[in-house]
Design a protein around this ligand. Structure first.
Ligand code: ADP
Ligand code: ASP
Ligand code: MG
Length: 433
């Protein structure tokens, strides 16, 4: 397979030569809204055929149609408000399975040989952590064989199987991760993510209408954005992209224009102070007040949470006095019950006086690799929130982000004032330096 020549690296965009196209694989992922009905499936199928005509071997990864995953979750809740996670995965995987077979039928109706495959059929092996499994390996040979026979292969996103053949799912939005992982395994030239926006914006355009499209963004920035609530990409997909050097092109399934290229950092990116802002609403915070201030307690608490398979986001600990410390951490709302139960079990062992839980919070963040080399970013963010009379519950920073937790009802307003302060309604080159 040809591995040289890249034609989607930012400024250097060009069409591949015919020679370069030979045997190149393209992965195209279509999200739920892009395959919501027969007409949209046909439109997506036409994109796959167009790529094939350009000389690519094409692998399509598809999500469940429209809001089907939400509807299946609602069905489950009706029969059992606390459904077993294994059965949840068994149920949710059916959404994607329907899309891929319909997609293959649409292609066949257009005289294009095609075959649909589930995660199990391509041996997408994951660990056994139901509802948030992680991919361990993929048998690319099963797909390659069909590609070499001239078929378009349509793979069900979001799902895999564990070593005991149980169906697993990768977490909400996980089809992006299926697509990028497949692109890595197949050494695809590009992984195209077709969605209902025409790229990655400075913030969620559904909340801040003036947000602008970003032409090029680094893996590190989009990884932070995705982890901090930008629903446009599943964060695990970016980890794969960065690790295996997969070029990702996020673009519109409705229009035929360039979207956003996700790539390694280039020097010009350092000049951009803040690339994007996010809001995370599906978050809860657990506080442990008055934990005994002695070696080993933090380790005990977090190893207990890890055993319960809780994914912990940000952790803050402060010493109150020589004897006591306060600790708090955030988790996704879907992990809140498991986290609470786990902390209740360990509470006495670490001498914790009381526990408090807040699930009425939102986390607003700004992200940019330029923060590493610029000053005055934090005060601008805090100043904008203060001017809007928004109280900050807690603050967390990393080298390339600043996050503030605020009351949930003030979350969208907080995001908006921060976007205005950093001029996220303008392309980077037009903002004040
Ligand atoms: P799909 O079903 O195609 O996977 P998603 O709903 O998962 O689509 O992701 C696309 C949505 O992500 C957009 O409609 C948009 O509202 C939201 N979004 C959040 N943050 C951003 C951002 N920074 N840029 C673009 N879209 C964003
Ligand atoms: N259908 C799954 C979800 O709605 C996976 C995805 O769309 O990526 O979360
Ligand atoms: Mg998505």
């Amino acid at each position: 397979m040809l591995v040289t020549g890249c034609w989607l690296t930012g400024n250097e965009q060009r069409e591949p030569s015919n020679e370069e196209r030979i045997m190149s694989i393209l992965v195209q992922k279509f999200g739920g809204t892009s395959v919501a009905n027969a007409e949209k499936i046909r439109r997506a199928a036409s994109k796959a055929i167009a790529a094939m005509r350009k000389g690519y071997q094409v692998v399509v990864v598809a999500s469940a149609r429209g809001h089907q995953t939400d509807e299946l979750i609602a069905d489950a809740m009706e029969v059992n408000p606390n459904p077993p996670k294994r059965e949840m995965d068994q149920l949710l995987s059916t959404g994607e399975q329907q899309t891929v077979s319909l997609f293959a039928m649409a292609l066949e109706a257009m005289d294009q040989p095609a075959i649909s495959m589930t995660g199990g059929q391509i041996r997408m092996i994951t660990d056994g952590v139901h509802t948030k499994a992680r991919i361990k390996s993929i048998d690319s040979g099963r797909i390659q064989k069909h590609l070499d026979e001239g078929r378009i292969v349509i793979v069900a996103g979001f799902q895999g199987i564990d070593e005991n053949e149980n169906i697993t799912t990768l977490g909400r939005g996980g089809s992006d991760t299926s697509a990028v992982a497949l692109a890595a395994a197949l050494k695809a030239k590009v992984c195209e993510i077709y969605t209902d926006v025409d790229g990655v914006y400075t913030t969620d355009p559904r909340i801040y209408k003036k947000a602008v499209k970003i032409d090029q963004i680094s893996y590190d920035e989009i990884l932070e954005m995705a982890s901090l609530g930008a629903g446009v990409m599943h964060s695990r997909s970016i980890e794969f992209g960065k690790k295996y050097d997969v070029k990702i092109h996020v673009r519109s399934s409705l229009e035929d224009k360039e979207g956003t290229i996700i790539t390694h950092e280039v020097p010009q990116m350092e000049g951009i102070l803040v690339s994007g802002a996010t809001i995370h609403k599906d978050l809860a915070k657990i506080g442990l007040v008055g934990v005994d201030n002695k070696p080993g307690n933090a380790a005990k608490i977090f190893s207990h949470l890890a055993k319960a398979k809780v994914v912990v986001n940000d952790i803050i600990q402060t010493e109150v006095n020589a004897k006591k410390a306060n600790m708090s951490f955030t988790v996704g709302k879907s992990d809140l019950n498991d986290a609470k139960a786990s902390i209740e079990q360990i509470k006495d062992e670490v001498g914790c006086d009381s526990i408090f839980v807040r699930d009425d919070i939102a986390e607003v963040s700004i992200i940019g690799v330029g923060m590493r080399t610029h000053y005055g970013v934090a005060d601008k963010m805090f100043g904008a929130l203060a001017k809007a009379k928004i109280n900050i519950d807690s603050i967390v920073t990393s080298e390339i982000r600043i996050s503030c937790i605020v009351d949930k009802e003030q979350g969208e307003k907080a995001l908006t004032v921060v976007c205005v302060a950093f001029e996220l309604d303008k392309p980077a080159e037009k903002r004040q330096k």
